[in-house]
Design a protein around this ligand. Sequence first.
Ligand SMILES: Nc1ncnc2c1ncn2[C@@H]1O[C@H](COP(=O)(O)OP(=O)(O)OP(=O)(O)O)[C@@H](O)[C@H]1O
Length: 314
Amino acid sequence: MKHLFIINPHAGKYDRSHEIREKVARVMEGRGKDYEILVTQYAGHGREEVRRAAELGEPLRVYACGGDGTLNECVVGAAGAPNAAVTHYPTGSGNDFIRMFGPDTCRFHDLEALLDAPQESLDLIDCNGHLALNVCSVGFDARIGLGAADFKKLPLVSGTMAYQLSALRTILQGIHRPYRVELDGEVLPHKEFTLLCACNGRYYGGGFNPSTTALPDDGALDFVIIKAVSRLTILALIGTYAKGGAKEIPQIILRRGRELKIICREPEMVNLDGERVDLSELSIRLSAKKVNFFFPEGTHYDPARRGRVLEKTR
Ligand SMILES: Nc1ncnc2c1ncn2[C@@H]1O[C@H](COP(=O)(O)OP(=O)(O)OP(=O)(O)O)[C@@H](O)[C@H]1O
């Protein structure tokens, strides 16, 4: 079994690659494991290296050392490879996918707990051929989160300020847009929407909890759709939405399904695990590919399965 550590030096607030390298070497050499560390040189590098390693066909365990973007790169590289499995060693800003492990999320910081850990086969979201593990969304939230990058480039603008400026721009530009939306073959009667979200995981955007029922291995996606609402309404509802209260909000449609088709008037920013693609016609569905994900013994993304001993892969 080969253990491959993909370290993104740009994840989180500062470069932790040196510290992670030392920790990995200490743990892996102490246990006589076959391991390799790769510090990425550019966006997309992790995905390429994981794909190359998975294609060798040998048993492979990949540790995504970064945030959700790094995890997405490793997952895409390992998607569909039965010999490969991925986990998250969180050093990013949001680390949202693993929040689903609830009180056990902190155990992902323990490298030793990730060794010889059990795995499950997880579903993936496919949006026009782009894959996501956690959440794919379009609308108000995607424009704020992804649009913040435009402001981060400006001098004297901090990370928080970039999000505030992006939120202000999004609110001024109008928070709902005309989309044609089809859910599992049924065209929704509404003409304008604020946000459409396909959830495989339960958290995104630094802790927002749009779905409290999504499970990444149930062969379905949990769709969260906010109809057109006013700026004042969104301000009043956003706190409830963030805390997992979507089912209490009448302007939100919650459905479990397999495919969401969206046609926009012009290209829209689409969020895939925090990464951006711009599309005007979207088909968001379950991918035919799955990915193996490993996690500390006794923990689980499904609260009902926490504490159970799963089969280990050595
Ligand atoms: N060497 C690199 N240079 C520039 N960008 C990189 C490099 N390696 C990876 N990336 C990209 O960096 C981006 C941010 O990484 P990541 O999402 O892991 O961290 P984060 O934004 O701090 O965390 P989170 O997404 O959990 O908030 C991703 O788009 C990833 O593809």
